[in-house]
Design a protein. Structure first.
Lengths: 268, 561
């Protein structure tokens, strides 16, 4: 008999989870042995991966502050993972206590944990959904309740889209999401690439394929295409640490070693 | 202090991500540094400030091991005065302890948090799965309309009982129920009303059987079943069926309609051992079929011998077509004698089946089967043709007529008159030599077409008589409405012949008189004695048939005794 359609799926908590692996990379303790083992295998090939994870986190922090300055008060963080240092709602609500944040993740444990962190916060919510169902995300009761979709939204997909393979048509998915956003909305993306460090990253990609989390690294054009319909704000699509650094000292000697592009675009 | 703050802030930046601006970071470090510097100078010396500084770093998310390592290096170099070596060492030691302990607590707390989240997620997932499975299995085992269990549940239960350790001692009663003419309600009032009726029926059955602990299932459509376990007698089982018919007999109020329905039930009662569930259900279904065939609104208990008979009949029925091809159906002829003269005037053709296995079978064995299957139509005309072939060979002036039975189904067959006339034409037999016997029930249900057939036959000169008169509906109106020539009185009416005071005698007298007055030829069947023949003649009966005048014989041996 076929599995009935109301049966929940995505229940697979005995395997490493991207969300918890990322948490471990960031130095967090919200992870299990399976997650740490999976991360160690990456680290063997790319020892400074932890630094890049922090760089991604720092980019998210800078992007959110930039969007807050631009007047954005609704944030949709897709692939939010395990709540960790510098969560969007903490950053946003420090600036404006009425700022709205909806986190989206596919991992049930990350979502359950996020829910406990957000308990009592009436302007932030977390939903368990899949980027591959963009309409389900936008029509989710939590989004409908917290957001005014006639107003601009800050859509955040940090270190997320390189987990979506071409077969799932990530560009089409992003298009379906952004089509429904009001003019003046922003899209912030950081995305892994093999540009500049081909050999090492290809080893990682190969390893990740064996690791249930195949990475779909894209070149600059591939990442830029996500911003179709958006106008990139200064400084455009750049290496992660070059996107509006707080301090010139924060720029490493070889920014391309981060293996990630970052950019923020505004919907015209 | 400024040097200390600048170096310390730079040392801890970049080893782990903390969402603080450079300014915020310096302010945070300044707070820690000031208290450490104060501690260096305060009397009496208290290293608590070091402990607090270590804890504060972790609390501010500076949790990387490098933060502690670099902090120690910075403090070694910049914490003044350099002379107070002991104090500095004690403070650094306290910072390391505070940091480590806080980090350890933080790590354990985080582990606990994520474990709780994991457990909650698992529980949620399992609950969701259980709910979906429960829903799924409920859907698989229940009828969505009435919410009764379905046939699968019945079969499963029978299987369980059949494998139970005490199955030898366990008798069950299975009652299959079917609403009579449910389709008519569906067709006339619409399926929604039909559906609500089914729900109401289900409720009554549930009410009846539920309190007794019986299993009620909806099998499909308007078919239900009740399983009673561990009953002690056949009466227990048939009682259930009777109760079902009773509770369903009360009218149903559905959508403003008052619906009165009846139901039929088939019951099987036996030990569960040695029977497959399917065989049990089939037996109950056979009994249900009997209840329907016996006129509906009743229950029937499955009986093996009736079933065997049915099976044999069914087998026989299936053999008819081949038997027709092989010419196994033949005719024998029983004399019809004019009572006044004792002259042979005709003979009734009686069908026989020369069955290769069972020997010669009388019409009772197969005419009804042929009628049920419709084979009576070709068989009837085949036998009629045989009879005519025989009759033209008979001598006499006039030669004896042949009387052939025509069944109801044949009579309703369009084109029968033409077909019969064609046979006569082909054989060259005058229509007046043919008499057709039709039953009362066939004429009671006459429609225009049948009427046309009878009129066409009569006008050609063929004679038509009503067979078995006086035992059926005995509607006299048709006697003068229809083109008929005579009536044949059923043999059982002769029961009281010779006892002038008996009621039967009066009836016989009246019927003969009635026929006589209407100008109909009256024939009496089943005449077995000379006394009967004499009395009938006295009453005005024209023709007699029966053992007294002669047994059925092959056509070439037909003579009057």
């Amino acid at each position: 008999m076929a599995r009935p359609e109301w049966a929940p799926d995505g229940i697979d908590i005995d395997h490493p989870s991207a969300a918890r692996m990322y948490d471990y990379l960031l130095g967090g303790s919200h992870n299990f042995a399976v997650d740490r083992k999976a991360v160690e295998r990456f680290l063997a090939v790319m020892p400074d991966m932890a630094v890049h994870a922090q760089a991604n986190r720092a980019f998210l922090y800078r992007a959110v502050r930039y969007l807050l300055d631009a007047g954005i008060r609704q944030f949709l963080d897709i692939g939010s993972g395990v709540p960790t240092v510098g969560n969007v709602h903490e950053v946003a609500q420090r600036v404006d206590p009425g700022a709205r944040v909806v986190y989206v993740d596919i991992d049930p444990v990350a979502v359950t944990h996020s829910r406990s962190i957000l308990a009592g916060n009436s302007y932030a919510a977390v939903i368990q959904e899949d980027l591959r169902r963009p309409e389900a995300i936008l029509r989710h009761p939590a989004v409908r309740e917290l957001f005014d979709l006639s107003q601009p939204v800050g859509l955040l997909m940090v270190a997320m889209l390189h987990a979506v393979p071409e077969v799932d048509d990530p560009h089409g998915l992003v298009k379906r999401l952004t089509n429904e956003l009001a003019p003046g909305s922003y899209l912030a993306i950081s995305h892994g690439t093999a540009d500049g460090l081909r050999e090492m990253v290809e080893t990682i990609a190969k390893q990740s394929a064996e690791n249930r989390y195949p990475l779909s690294l894209r070149d600059r054009d591939g990442v830029a295409r996500f911003f179709t319909g958006f106008e990139l704000v200064d400084p455009g699509l750049v290496w992660l640490s070059l996107w509006r650094p707080d301090d010139p000292d924060d720029i490493p000697d070889q920014p391309e070693r981060s293996g990630s592009y970052a950019g923020v675009g505004r919907k015209s | 202090v400024n040097e200390l703050v600048r170096e310390w802030a730079a040392a801890i930046h970049g080893v782990c991500f903390v969402p603080l601006t450079a300014q915020e970071r310096r302010m945070f470090v300044l707070g820690l540094a000031s208290r450490l510097v104060d501690a260096m100078h305060t009397e009496p010396f208290d290293p608590a400030a070091g402990y607090e500084a270590g804890a504060a770093l972790v609390a501010a998310d500076y949790t990387a091991p490098e933060v502690l390592a670099r902090t120690i290096t910075v403090l070694q170099r910049r914490l003044v005065p350099q002379a107070a070596q002991v104090r500095r060492a004690a403070l650094i030691e306290a910072v390391a302890a505070g940091f480590t302990r806080s980090l350890r607590r933080r790590t354990l707390d985080d582990q606990e948090t994520i474990r709780v989240a994991d457990r909650a997620a698992r529980t949620d997932a399992e609950r969701a799965l259980r709910i979906s499975e429960a829903r799924f299995s409920y859907a698989a085992l229940h009828d969505p309309l009435t919410h009764l269990p379905n046939q699968t549940v019945l079969i499963d239960r029978l299987e369980q009982l059949g494998t139970a350790h005490d199955r030898e001692a366990t008798r069950i009663g299975l009652c299959c129920i079917d609403l009579d003419r449910f389709e008519a309600i569906n067709d006339s009032l619409g399926p929604p009303v039909g559906d609500r009726l089914l729900v109401a029926v289900a409720d009554r059955l549930r009410g009846l059987a539920g309190e007794r602990g019986h299993l009620v299932v909806r099998r499909n459509g308007d078919k239900f079943a009740i399983l009673a376990e561990r009953i002690t007698s056949t009466e227990d089982a048939t009682k259930i069926a009777d109760q079902v018919l009773t509770v369903l007999a009360a009218p149903f109020q559905i959508d403003g309609y008052e619906l009165s329905i009846t139901a039929s039930a088939g019951v099987v009662e036996r030990p569960v051992s040695g029977e497959t569930p399917t065989a049990l259900v089939q037996a109950a279904d056979v009994a249900l079929h009997w209840a329907k065939a016996d006129g509906r609104n009743r229950s029937r208990l499955f009986e093996t011998h009736r079933n065997d008979r049915d099976v044999a009949r069914h087998r026989l029925s299936a053999e008819i077509p081949a038997a027709m091809r092989r010419g196994e159906f033949t005719l024998v002829y029983q004399p019809l004698v004019e009572l006044a003269t004792n002259q042979l005037v005709g003979a009734e053709a009686l069908a026989r089946w020369r069955h290769p296995l069972h020997g010669e079978l009388g019409a009772d064995y197969f005419v009804e089967l042929a009628e049920d299957t419709g084979l009576i139509v070709p068989l009837g005309i085949q036998l009629l043709e045989q009879a005519c072939h025989q009759a033209v060979r008979w001598y006499g002036n006039p030669p004896p007529f042949v009387s052939v039975n025509v069944s109801t189904r044949q009579l309703h067959q369009p084109g029968l008159a033409g077909e019969i006339l064609e046979v006569l034409d082909r054989i060259g037999m005058p229509p007046a030599q043919l008499q057709l016997e039709i039953t009362e029930s066939a004429v009671v249900a006459t429609d225009n077409q049948t009427l046309g057939t009878l009129a066409a036959l009569a006008s050609s000169g063929i004679r038509i008589v009503i067979d078995d008169f006086g035992t059926g509906y005995s509607n006299f109106a048709y006697l003068y409405d229809l083109p008929i020539h005579g009536i044949k009185l059923a043999g059982k009416l002769l029961r009281d012949v010779g006892r002038p005071t008996a009621a039967g005698h009066a009836v016989l007298t009246a019927l003969i008189s009635l026929g006589f007055r209407l100008g109909l030829t009256v024939t009496a069947e089943g005449v077995e004695t000379g006394v009967q023949a004499r009395v009938l003649r006295g009453l005005g009966c024209r023709i007699g048939q029966g053992w007294h005048f002669g047994h059925p014989v092959p056509g070439h041996r037909l003579t009057a005794t």
